[in-house]
Write a protein that binds this ligand. Structure first.
Ligand code: SAH
Length: 225
């Protein structure tokens, strides 16, 4: 059901990950825990097995966004590293992720020592990733099939929130479910490009906002499918 690789390929892929880490460093990622997580996570396993070994060898560790099925994409490694760095994660923090997708970003959050709650609106991706991540060793994640615009009020508040789809605006429910002192990282924009918004909640009503860099995400859509 999932892709498996030989010991020899494992070694080859590790070499490719080390090179990817160097590229990310050059592009400005400096958090050592983020870079160690990129070096550790077998990104080649997150693609559909039908992608085939040659395509995986060529693309899994290049800094590209690639299809993961159901019309969705796995984000660029740089985007994943950038969003993770901006969350300023401390071990043991409770993090809400909107847009599980193939689960690569989800695995990053676990490697950073977080307790992860993740929501996906596409049933096929939800079903697949909920089996896949525990299968490769990530057993503590809480998976939810639902609409990320609503967050998870039953599990709030969260120390940090990350949105991995392009949102037209910052959903108020997510701001409410963030702890005071917490951070939300969310790409905003409805067109081809989104701007990364990083908001720190400084009181129940007040936020400090930074807008940094342009990115390309699939859209954050309403309701489950
Ligand atoms: N972090 C993922 C990115 C996947 S792309 C990865 O690296 O694989 C964005 C994902 O957000 C898609 O899987 C899409 O189905 C999901 N999504 C879009 N709108 C959503 C919403 N309102 N609630 C939850 N998930 C949503």
């Amino acid at each position: 059901m999932f892709y498996t690789v030989s010991k020899e390929d494992e070694y080859l892929f590790l070499g490719k990950r080390k090179r990817l880490v160097e590229q990310l460093r050059v592009k400005g990622i400096s958090n050592s825990a983020v870079l160690s997580a990129i070096e550790k996570i077998p990104r080649h396993l997150f693609f559909d097995p039908s992608t085939g070994r040659p395509a995986m060898l060529e693309h899994a560790y290049s800094d590209k966004a690639l299809p993961i099925g159901a019309g969705q994409t796995i984000s660029h490694p740089f985007t994943v590293a950038f969003q993770t760095e901006k969350l300023e994660i401390e071990k043991g923090e409770k993090i809400l992720e909107i847009g599980t997708g193939c689960g690569y970003q989800t695995a990053m959050l676990v490697e950073m020592g977080a307790k992860v709650f993740t929501i996906e609106r596409q049933k096929t991706l939800y079903d697949k990733t909920k089996l896949f991540l525990p299968y490769i060793g990530y057993q503590t994640i809480r998976f939810f099939y639902g609409d990320g615009y609503k967050g998870l009020p039953q599990h709030a508040p969260f120390d940090k929130i990350i949105v991995t789809a392009g949102a037209p605006y910052i959903p108020n429910d997510l701001l409410v479910q963030l702890k005071v002192g917490g951070i939300i990282v969310i790409p905003i924009g409805e067109g081809e490009q989104q701007e990364m918004n990083v908001l720190k909640k400084i009181s129940d009503q007040a936020f400090e906002k930074q807008v940094i860099g342009k990115f390309k995400f699939v859209p954050m859509l309403q309701n489950k499918v």
